[in-house]
Design a binder for this molecule. Structure first.
Ligand code: HAM
Length: 417
């Protein structure tokens, strides 16, 4: 029988990756919980109309990337390409908005986009998602960004940059569209990609978002959206920045940041890393006032973000040593039980590690230790048993020495610090 393989762009997650996902999920729950976020779980499958109406008909996501199919009663359903639309639908449908003035909702789970798979870009990927609904205060924008940053900082992922922009509101957007159209009329539009050529009439803002290098070059001198903001949006953006400055959170103003989804207004942001290849964005979000109403709900503003867990996991692996503290093995059958009990003692103190159940050659034990990626090997031979000692081998330096078994925690603790 031939083997059945997984679908392209989908992946199986084994430890240590799966452990990192669980860790991030729990950390997110804890950090976002300190801001008052409540967890919500919404279905993976939704009516296609939900995404078409919120994300926008003209976006790549809706036009090319959705997993859409008809069910047995010929209803068009879509596997969620992102979480915001489903969370807002649930918020409206449950009437949650009648209970709270501001709702802070956290959700986590798999999303599906039919994109070309590459490092950091999957067809099934995982997002950690937060939505703060019911306030347009610039303090809320700042808090959402600070919340995201607090979470990312705890993951210690190396250099991350916060990119910030304001996309204006329905009052000022037409002015910018006019300036942008005028600019687009001055360039050689035939050099634009097929999608952008269409977008010049349907949704010119999207042209600024195109990743095709020729398009990027052609729009390099396009007008800046921040120059067209109305007084209300300009003031809102200044206030958001003021709070971020007060909180000493550095950001980079990027007036080309229009995001890939159509529902954004005013504050938009992305967190990017230069360490994961072509897919640089590890998180993105922004304000979407008007969207709740567009989905049939009350006229309430909202802002949120999503982190791409798969990209965070790539960065996590690059920035963190493997999680096992020790691998313990006995050289003699008579030491097997002592090794097991010593390992037990270490785990009680919070150390993470494994113990070998068999005596094998040192070479094959070392191979296993390397496979686990442990920092320290603990070796029990006959001699050590007789003296109440154990050999501690630092896997990074190769240095090893015998210590009293009673000093084991201290030796490992020292290594950990
Ligand atoms: P997004 O920018 O489309 O925003 O996605 C957020 C993050 O999900 C990206 O920055 C990236 O890290 C990750 N991501 C997206 N597509 C893929 C993929 N194919 N493979 C791996 N990771 C991916 C949203 O989805 C908005 N709903 C965020 C939001 C929430 N805005 C307001 N509230």
């Amino acid at each position: 029988m031939h083997k059945i393989q997984k679908i392209k762009g989908f992946t199986d997650l084994f430890s240590p990756e799966s452990t990192v996902y669980t860790y991030m999920e729990n950390l997110a729950r804890t950090v976002f919980g300190t801001y008052g976020c409540q967890e919500v779980r919404t279905p993976i499958l939704e009516k296609t109309e939900l995404f078409a109406r919120s994300i926008g008909e003209e976006t790549d996501v809706v036009q090319k990337e959705m997993y859409t199919f008809c069910d047995r009663k010929n209803r068009s359903l879509t596997m969620r390409p992102e979480a915001t639309a489903g969370v807002l639908r649930a918020f409206i449908e449950s009437g949650l908005y009648t209970r709270d003035t501001v709702s802070k909702l956290f959700t986590y789970g798999p999303m599906f986009r039919y994109e070309r798979p590459q490092k950091g870009r999957m067809r099934q990927f995982y997002q950690l998602n937060v939505e703060v609904l019911g306030t347009e205060a610039p303090q809320a924008d700042a808090e959402v960004i600070l919340m995201l940053w607090a979470f990312l900082s705890k993951l210690e992922l190396g250099n991350l940059t916060l990119e910030l922009n304001s996309l204006g509101c329905p009052a000022c957007r037409p002015t910018f569209h006019k300036h942008l159209r005028e600019f687009l009329n001055t360039i050689n539009q035939e050099e634009l990609c097929e999608d952008c050529l269409r977008r010049t009439t349907t949704n010119p803002l999207r042209v600024l978002d195109c990743k095709v290098p020729t398009c990027k070059n052609l729009v390099a001198n396009a007008p800046s959206i921040t120059d067209s903001l109305c007084a209300h949006c300009a003031d809102h953006f200044v206030q958001v920045r003021e709070i971020l400055d007060l909180a000493h959170l550095p950001y980079h103003l990027n007036d080309r940041l229009v995001r890939g989804l159509d529902y954004y207004q005013r504050t938009t942001f992305e967190v990017v890393s230069g360490d994961i290849g072509a897919q640089t964005a590890v998180a993105g979000g922004g304000r979407y006032d008007g969207l709740i109403q567009q989905l049939g709900g009350p006229n309430l503003p909202g802002i949120g973000f999503a982190c791409g867990m798969d990209r965070l996991a790539l960065l996590y692996a690059q920035n963190h040593a493997p999680s096992h503290d020790f691998y313990m093995f006995a050289l003699d059958n008579s030491a097997l039980n002592t090794a097991l009990l010593l390992a037990q003692r270490l785990r009680n103190r919070g150390f993470v590690g494994e113990v070998s159940f068999e005596t094998k050659s040192i070479k094959s034990q070392m191979r296993q230790a390397n496979k686990l990626g442990v920092k320290t090997c603990l070796i029990l031979g006959e001699d050590e048993m007789n003296k109440g000692q154990i050999v501690v081998k630092d896997m990074a330096t190769g240095v090893q020495k015998a210590i009293g078994q009673e000093d084991l925690e201290q030796a490992l603790g020292f290594r950990k610090s």
